[in-house]
Design a protein around this ligand. Structure first.
Ligand code: ZN
Length: 230
C-alpha cells in the first residue's frame, strides 16, 4: 500500500503533551487526524475534552474503544478503588502505569493509519519526565517502529516531538506554537480528572505545575532582559 507524507495521525488524549503534539503536527503536516482511546480510564470524560480541542483545531477526530486494556491489569488509572502512588516506588513503575498501554495504542494507531493511507504517527511520550513508565522511553518507541514496519511491511515513521523535552520545554513549545493558553486551560493531565490547572496535588499535576512555573519564570526573565536592552 502506498502511504503518503502529507498527513499524520496523532495519538491524542487531550492532555498537555498530546495537545502540544497535535499542534506540532498541524505545523508539519498538511492534514492531521486525531485518534483517542477509551481504555477503561476512570476519567473517560477526557475523551470528550479531547474531541472539543480537536474540533477547535480543525482536526478530524476519532475515538476507539480498547477497554480490554484496562481489564488486563490492576492499575490506579482504570481501577478507582486503588489509591494511586504519590511517589515513584524505588524499584518499579508507580501503580498509575497501565502495562502495555502505549504498545496497544501505537499498534492500533498504525493499523488505523494504514487503512487511511497515512504513514506518519505522532505520540507525546517523553523520556525526560517519564515517571517510570517504560513504554515512554525512546528505545521502546524505536523498537516498536521497526516492529510495526515488519508486521505490516510498511514504512511508518513514529514521531516523538517531546521525547527529550522536560515539562518546562514542553510549555515553551506550546507557546511557540501559539497555543499556550489553550493547553493551559483546556487540557486534562490531572489523575483526578480536573482540567486546566487540575487538583494541584496528584503526581501529574505536580509535574505539570513545576514545569509551568519554571517556564513562566524563564519567560519573565527573558522579557525583562529584552526590556532592559530596548
Ligand atoms: Zn491532579
Amino acid at each position: 500500500m502506498k502511504l503518503d507524507n502529507t498527513r499524520a495521525l496523532v495519538v491524542f488524549s487531550g492532555g498537555q503533551d498530546s495537545t502540544t503534539c497535535l499542534f506540532w503536527a498541524k505545523r508539519h503536516f498538511r492534514e492531521v487526524v486525531a485518534l483517542s482511546f477509551v481504555y477503561g480510564q476512570n476519567h473517560v470524560h477526557e475523551v470528550d475534552l479531547a474531541e472539543d480541542i480537536a474540533r477547535e483545531a480543525g482536526v478530524e477526530f476519532h475515538r476507539m474503544d480498547v477497554s480490554f486494556i484496562g481489564q488486563l491489569s490492576r492499575n490506579a488509572l482504570t481501577d478507582h478503588t486503588l489509591a494511586m502512588d504519590q511517589e515513584k516506588p524505588a524499584a518499579a513503575p508507580p501503580n498509575t502505569f497501565v502495562p502495555g498501554r502505549n504498545l496497544f495504542f501505537l499498534a492500533t494507531a498504525a493499523v488505523f493509519a494504514r487503512e487511511r493511507g497515512i504513514r506518519h504517527l505522532v505520540t507525546g511520550v517523553s523520556q525526560t519526565d517519564y515517571s517510570g513508565y517504560p513504554d515512554c522511553r525512546d528505545s521502546f518507541v524505536r523498537s516498536l517502529n521497526v516492529t510495526l514496519n515488519l508486521a505490516m511491511d510498511e514504512q511508518f515513521v513514529v514521531h516523538t516531538p517531546l521525547m527529550w523535552l522536560d515539562k518546562a520545554e514542553t510549555w515553551a513549545l506550546a507557546d511557540e506554537l501559539g497555543v499556550f493558553d489553550l493547553v493551559r486551560h483546556r487540557t486534562l493531565t490531572c489523575y483526578n480528572g480536573i482540567p486546566g490547572d487540575g487538583c494541584g496535588h496528584c503526581p501529574a499535576c505536580h509535574l505539570r505545575r513545576e514545569g509551568l512555573e519554571t517556564y513562566l519564570r524563564q519567560r519573565e526573565a527573558r522579557t525583562e532582559h529584552h526590556e532592559a536592552r530596548t
